[in-house]
Design a protein around this ligand. Structure first.
Ligand SMILES: NC(=O)c1ccc[n+]([C@@H]2O[C@H](COP(=O)([O-])OP(=O)(O)OC[C@H]3O[C@@H](n4cnc5c(N)ncnc54)[C@H](O)[C@@H]3O)[C@@H](O)[C@H]2O)c1
Length: 496
């Protein structure tokens, strides 16, 4: 199939790459103050495919000023009108889903066929927050005679949303929904590792909103730090690593800035002996998100198999994996697994593999770069499984953020939960059993913010997503996310 054509649409790089490379704020494109642009590349072959501006502190000042100015009228805009614009933006994203998927495939290495869903998920989020814009409401509080006491929820002001590289368009677009619906203006800071689709998003939907309401600043750590420290930024949110979350928390101290943090994970999948083995094996493969080379915060990368079913399930998993995920060129519509994001990350993941071997984990499958010469210049790694894991091994505790699964054997439930809950992370967990009591008991014991029973990976719009422990602060994709971007004012009226 010609990768450049899909449903009559031209999906060649020339057609899908953004036209701009500068900074989008105040409704216009601005060259960075110091004029620096940096290249961005395609992880499937290492080739440079574009360049983007590197925002520094002076650009941050200018963008925050524009967003701050826009806030004055956006906060007064009727929620129903704000909702209408969000719905308009959602429709544009849906119309451009294939183009945006191809752009993300070029810049992240995630397979294009699977990335089409990302624009649609982002659009669904915008529609969802458009629908609940009126839920940013207050209460009346009974105070007895001669007093009327009520609360109102007001927007915060300028909100910054810093996002990770693994689903760049989806994160950049979906994270606009809640703050805009609540009346804030937003600056999106995409990852410097995959910035192109956020720029394209600004081209497509930036003009739907009044100037300064939606802004996109590309840049790296320096840009993120300047945004974090800026006194006129009232809240900063992050989708990123726990290390960056800690840096942002530290950077917020001087301005007493609110945060919302969606951070890393080392998520357990726990299988009881009575689970339906066929579905379990399928779920273990799906939960690891091999499609994006394991680069998902929610990946269930620690699999705890009960002794009675361990060997049979592991054999099934290896069998499914062999037919389902094979590294390939991400812009090819038939590809089922992409590379990792960069040369540095490739080396990091391969190091984790070598360390695991050295520490005595048993390599069951994968563990190396693919032999296909067409992939030689990209950052590909075969889907990898280690078994006979011990809790003191490195990948039993550290987030690899690559296609590397760690399988543990268990027989004592208490010992198993000690290991499950011994890591610093607590994002997701997946529990497999047909016993209702065991399922609820396990859900209650596991220290994670988002738990699936007999399922993996899926998010449910309206249901709170977020982490326990060092996996984050706050909840998203639900009413609470909307309320995160409001502050409560209490008004007491003396009627006497
Ligand atoms: N919990 C979630 O919902 C979720 C979703 C996806 C990814 N993640 C996590 O993201 C990580 C992988 O993504 P990544 O490598 O892009 O993460 P990262 O933390 O390296 O970068 C994330 C973003 O933070 C910015 N940044 C870096 N240092 C900063 C600083 N000091 N101040 C402000 N901003 C700064 C980066 O430029 C980027 O835009 C993994 O740990 C993964 O688990 C979490």
């Amino acid at each position: 199939m010609n990768a450049a054509l899909k449903n009559g649409k031209d999906l060649s790089p020339a057609a899908v790459l953004p036209r701009n490379k500068a900074l989008f704020y105040g409704g216009q494109w601005h060259a960075p103050g110091h004029g620096r642009f940096v290249p961005t590349s395609n992880p499937a072959n290492g080739e440079v495919i574009g360049e983007t501006a590197q925002a520094t502190a002076s650009d941050v000042d200018a963008a925050v000023a524009a967003a701050s100015e826009a806030f004055k009228s956006w906060r007064k805009t009727k929620p129903s009108e704000r909702a209408e614009l969000l719905r308009k933006a959602a429709a544009i994203l849906r119309d451009n889903a294939e183009e945006l998927a191809m752009l993300d495939a070029l810049n992240t290495g995630n397979p294009v066929a699977e990335m089409v869903a990302d624009a649609k998920i982002a659009a669904a989020n915008l529609d969802y927050f458009a629908g609940i814009a009126m839920e940013a409401k207050g209460h009346t509080i009974p105070m007895g005679d001669n007093n009327l006491n009520y609360t109102v929820r007001e927007p915060l002001g300028v909100v910054v949303r810093v996002v990770a590289y693994n689903h760049p368009l989806m994160f950049a677009a979906q994270k606009l929904g809640a703050p805009l619906a609540a009346g804030n203006t937003v600056i999106i800071k995409p990852s410097e590792q995959a910035p192109l689709s956020a720029i394209r998003m600004a081209e497509l939907i930036g003009g739907v909103f009044p100037p300064g309401v939606v802004n996109v600043l590309t840049g790296a750590r320096e840009c993120g730090e300047a945004l974090t420290a800026h006194p006129l930024v009232k809240k900063i949110t992050l989708i990123g690593s726990t290390a960056t979350g800690k840096a942002i928390l530290r950077g917020c101290a001087d301005t007493i800035k609110q945060v919302l943090l969606e951070l890393g994970g080392k998520n357990p999948l726990i299988a009881y002996p009575d689970a339906t083995l066929e579905k379990l094996a399928d779920g273990i493969v799906r939960g690891m998100n091999f499609t994006w080379a394991g680069q998902s915060c929610g990946s269930t990368s620690r699999v705890f198999l009960h002794d009675d079913i361990h060997d049979e399930v592991l054999a099934r998993v290896v069998e499914i994996l062999a037919t389902r995920h094979k590294p390939g060129i991400p812009t090819d519509w038939a590809t089922t697994m992409g590379p990792v994001i960069s040369k540095a990350h490739h080396e990091r993941v391969l190091n984790y593999i070598e360390t695991s071997k050295r520490e005595g984990a048993r390599l069951v499958t994968g563990g190396k770069t693919p032999s296909d010469p067409a992939l030689a210049n990209g950052y590909f790694i075969e889907p990898t499984i280690f078994a006979d894991m011990r809790s003191d091994m490195t990948i039993a505790n550290e987030e690899v953020f690559g296609p590397v699964m760690a399988v543990f054997r268990w027989s004592d439930e208490n010992e198993m939960f000690n290991i499950v809950n011994s890591v610093e992370y607590g994002l997701t967990a997946s529990i497999w059993t047909n016993n209702l009591t065991a399922a609820h008991r396990a859900a209650s014991r596991v220290e994670s913010g988002f738990v699936w029973i007999n399922n993996v990976s899926q998010h449910f719009l309206g249901a709170p997503f977020g982490g326990y422990k060092n996996s984050g602060i706050g909840r998203e994709e639900c009413v609470e996310e909307l309320l995160e971007f409001t502050q409560v004012k209490n008004v007491n009226i003396n009627l006497g």
